[in-house]
Design a protein around this ligand. Structure first.
Ligand code: DQA
Length: 149
């Protein structure tokens, strides 16, 4: 059964539009369009409605977060490198006040030291890293439980 609250915004941050041209050892070979196709399919199976947003502009990312209150019930966030230092995105996520799951394609815990820091982590109900596209399925399952509860 679909959760009562089922609108999920999937937000991709800086350089995620370059999937397919980034190090395949970390990010695989899928393009962002391929990733979104897969995520749409995962969402359909879970009875969730997904919308996607990607930008390389931190201010656009922040503004989009601030406008989500009326259009989304929950959020999957992969802020790319901003994850590791953007307190502006942290604050905008706090303002959005939606249940959010942090997701990363690569295993940020096993790469450079600076990637282990996440400034959005404390605002998210769950975190999925290092599972590639499959990680988005897990993140949606986790979010769906949150929206159901
Ligand atoms: C990423 C990990 C970040 O450290 C990196 O800057 C990205 C992608 C991931 O999905 O693995 O751009 O968020």
């Amino acid at each position: 059964m679909s959760p009562a609250r089922s609108r999920v915004e999937v937000m991709h941050g800086v350089n995620l539009d370059m999937l397919g041209r980034r190090d395949p050892a970390h990010y695989g070979l899928l393009t962002l369009a391929d990733l979104e196709r897969q995520v749409r399919e995962f969402a359909r199976e879970l009875g969730l409605e997904v919308h996607f947003f990607q930008t390389n502009s931190e201010s656009e990312f922040v503004e989009h977060l601030r406008e989500l209150a009326n259009s989304a019930d929950g959020l999957l966030i992969n802020a790319g490198a901003w994850t590791h230092y953007s307190w502006a995105i942290h604050d905008a996520l706090e303002i959005a006040a939606l249940p959010a799951v942090e997701v990363h394609l690569s295993n940020v815990e096993a790469r450079e030291e600076w990637r282990r820091v996440s400034v959005v982590r404390d605002l998210c109900v769950a975190r999925v890293v290092g599972q590639g596209v499959e990680g988005y399925r897990e993140a949606l399952v986790r979010l769906s439980k949150e929206l159901d509860g």
